[in-house]
Design a protein around this ligand. Sequence first.
Ligand SMILES: C[S@@+](CC[C@H](N)C(=O)[O-])C[C@H]1O[C@@H](n2cnc3c(N)ncnc32)[C@H](O)[C@@H]1O
Length: 263
Amino acid sequence: MDNFEYNRQSWNELTTLHAESDFYNIESFKKGKTSLNHIEIKELGDIKGKKLLHLQCHFGMDTISLARKGAEVFGVDISDTSIQKAIELSNELEVPARFVRSNVYDIENVLDETFDIVYTSYGAINWLNDLDKWAKIIKRYLNPNGMFYMVEFHPFIYTLNDNSEITESYFKSKSIETIVENSYTDKSDVSNKNLIHIEWHHSLSEVLNSLITNGLKIEFFNEFPYQVYNCFPNLTEIETGKWVSEKYGDKIPYMYSIKATKN
Ligand SMILES: C[S@@+](CC[C@H](N)C(=O)[O-])C[C@H]1O[C@@H](n2cnc3c(N)ncnc32)[C@H](O)[C@@H]1O
């Protein structure tokens, strides 16, 4: 099996757990609550009437939240279960959205159009091995003057072990293989004990340079002294929706965002 096939299978299993978890809180989402956070809501600005491509859309909550803000959305994800669930949600909520199952790297086999916005968020690029190829895909799918927006977990966070000590290199090029034991949402166990995740961690320079060398103009780059999700070890909530390390508090970066344009 190739690396992506391992990830497709593990994400199929995790999606089923996620859709039922308090973490994703699908019931309040169905009643109209957005799944977007204050950062992307503010930084994206008005997206009404914009055509938006959501890369690695998981089971569509953020994609549908973006549609509720008036965008015409298209979500792509490698997981069959995620896409099936996203289509079900969009139909049930009667929020128009298109979804297709595809590896980000194979998207040209299933999608031939362009967008005003390409969007990706939280826990996405660590599933991609080649950011140069990723940036080329972003550029391919943007209209002239189109906007790429991402908000992601800061790579510094991945240097910490479960005891909040720096044990991992910030600069990684090799793949990281882990056996999937439970979900980050509520630590519920996965039933299939043979699932493997393959990830790649990317330094900030790698992310920024992949966009710059492929002709995208960086409009802003922001770093945040808190996490919006409680999905890393040893976090404590300092304000509603703001999580920091018990050990380092707000002294370290937890997330970053980038807006870039295609000129
Ligand atoms: C942590 S989730 C993204 C979370 C997202 N912010 C959300 O909750 O809506 C990561 C997603 O990336 C997808 N994924 C992983 N590798 C992929 C690939 N090569 N191509 C497309 N999707 C991929 C997974 O199936 C999963 O749905």
